[in-house]
Design a protein around this ligand. Sequence first.
Ligand SMILES: Nc1ncnc2c1ncn2[C@@H]1O[C@H](COP(=O)(O)OP(=O)(O)OP(=O)(O)O)[C@@H](O)[C@H]1O
Length: 281
Amino acid sequence: MDSVVEISNLKKYYHSGLRGVLVNALDGISFSVKRGEVFGLLGPNGAGKSTAIKIILGLLRQNSGQCLVFGEKISSRTKSKIGYLPEAPNFYKFLTALELVVFYARMSGMGAKEAEVAAKNSLEVVGLKDALNRNLSTFSKGMLQRAGLAQAIVHNPELVILDEPNSGLDPIGMNDMANMVLRLKGEGKTVLICSHMLREVERLCDSVAILYKGSVAACGNLRELLSDTESVSFKAKNPSLEFLESVDKSAEKFGVKLETETSPESLADFFNRIILERSGR
Ligand SMILES: Nc1ncnc2c1ncn2[C@@H]1O[C@H](COP(=O)(O)OP(=O)(O)OP(=O)(O)O)[C@@H](O)[C@H]1O
């Protein structure tokens, strides 16, 4: 499987505040997103996710390291193959859903007729067929997210980047969003999701990278990461608490930690463990 995004030793710092204090937003991160996979970019607030996404999109330049998209440095050619749903998109509210998506289709270089057909099609895909001609000002949050996804996929991009796609969605909306992501995957597209909704990420993603303070704390195939816990198990008929405590104490003597949890871990547990380890708490 070839890489759609290949990030190597990427560094980005900002000068912040009046004194220009240096903030290491990305401190040499490396990961790759393979063609056709759903990839989750995770991390607590301030970990560097948005900075990484902006660099992939060509909206920001790194200070050093490399970011290749479709094997090339970012250019207008590579950008035309990317669809992007920003977190909390701020669309022109006086446009109808159709006008909005046609606008983005035209920006991607389509002619008027082609843009209208593509816009109607992508609005139908996201479930807004009956709201084509409604003003965005009358849309609920969930409908705005759908319209945002429609603009992100209208030009049939190969790579779709979704920043907090579940923001403001109710459980039904989240389920619909998940189905749309799986549909994109089924069409052979690569999807990069940046999210704090770990249950959804666990359900959808093939691979993840967890960022912490500008570094990669964990990265790889999700199933492999989650089954990576070492555990010791034994069978005993109705063990008493006393017995269990004595086993635990004897194990401790030999430097063995008995785990009562069995693998695979949930992504949320894995995430918390990795972040706690990194933060030394
Ligand atoms: N324009 C900027 N100027 C100065 N510092 C910035 C700027 N943008 C981001 N930072 C800092 O860089 C670090 C990484 O920020 P970034 O927005 O990439 O994190 P994030 O993982 O996307 O966080 P969140 O989950 O809150 O969106 C943070 O310490 C942030 O304060």
